[in-house]
Design a protein around this ligand. Structure first.
Ligand SMILES: [Zn+2]
Length: 222
C-alpha cells in the first residue's frame, strides 16, 4: 500500500481526529476531534495552537492537505478570509470579557500597530533595535504592505516559486519573502517581544500543554 500525505501529516490526523500522529492525543489533550476543535468552516478547522505563547493563540488548519496558504484555491482563500475575521472578533470579545492577564494576544496585535504607517515597506521585527532583549531577536525580514496577504502569498508561491512570510493586522496586511528567515520566525519575534524565557518560541521543546489544556477547558467555542 502506498503512503499518502495523510498517513504522515500531523495536521491531517488532527483534522480527522485520527490517532497515530496526533499531538493532541499524544499530549493527553483529547481523545476525539471534538475535544480540541473549537470551530470549523467548509475548508478549515480552528484549534488551540500547540506551543501557544499566549492564552488566545489559535491555529487555523486547512482540511485539505496543503503546504501553505500559497497552495489554496480561490474558494479556500475566501473562506479563510471570512474565518480569520470571524475568529478575530470572537477572540476580541472573549479577551475583553476576560481579565487583563489573558489579553497578551491582543498586545501582540497592538504591538504590530506601529508598523502600520504610510510607508510601503518595513522590516520585521520592527522593534529589533529598541527592544532590550534584541540579542535574541531573529534577523529582520523585509516586509511590504499588500492588499490581502492570502492573495499575495498565493502569487509569490505560484508565480514566483518563493516561500513567504505574511502578517495580517486589523488595519494592514504585510508580505515578505521567507528566504533566509529562521523557522518559526514570528514565534521568535513574539517570544522576544513578550520577554519570554529563552527558547520558548520552539513549540517542539515547549508544547505548552498546560496552557492548551486551559484553552480547551475554558475557551472552547462550544
Ligand atoms: Zn496534511
Amino acid at each position: 500500500m502506498s503512503t499518502t500525505f495523510d498517513d504522515i501529516c500531523t495536521f491531517c490526523h488532527e483534522v480527522d481526529g485520527q490517532a497515530g500522529s496526533n499531538l493532541f492525543f499524544d499530549l493527553g489533550l483529547g481523545r476525539s476531534r471534538e475535544d480540541y476543535i473549537f470551530h470549523e468552516s467548509d475548508h478549515f478547522v480552528v484549534v488551540p495552537c500547540i506551543g501557544a505563547l499566549t492564552d488566545w493563540y489559535l491555529l487555523i488548519v486547512s482540511k485539505r492537505h496543503t503546504l501553505s496558504v500559497g497552495w489554496l484555491d480561490e474558494a479556500e482563500r475566501a473562506d479563510l478570509r471570512a474565518l480569520v475575521n470571524e475568529v478575530t472578533e470572537l477572540v476580541r470579545r472573549r479577551a475583553c470579557a476576560a481579565s487583563s492577564s489573558n489579553t497578551a494576544a491582543w498586545t501582540f496585535a497592538t504591538r504590530a500597530g506601529p508598523a502600520t504607517t504610510t510607508r510601503t515597506s518595513t522590516s520585521w521585527p520592527p522593534t529589533a533595535t529598541t527592544t532590550p532583549s534584541s540579542t535574541r531577536s531573529p534577523p529582520p525580514v523585509a516586509m511590504q504592505q499588500c492588499m490581502d496577504w492570502t492573495d499575495s502569498a498565493h502569487r509569490l508561491v505560484q508565480e514566483h516559486q518563493r516561500s513567504y512570510l505574511a502578517l495580517g493586522t486589523p488595519g494592514q496586511d504585510w508580505i515578505g519573502q521567507a528566504t533566509g528567515a529562521p523557522s518559526q520566525f514570528f514565534r521568535r519575534c513574539l517570544a522576544t517581544w513578550m520577554g519570554a524565557e529563552e527558547g520558548t518560541w520552539d513549540w517542539l521543546v515547549f508544547p505548552q500543554a498546560e496552557r492548551v489544556q486551559r484553552m480547551i477547558t475554558h475557551f472552547a467555542y462550544r
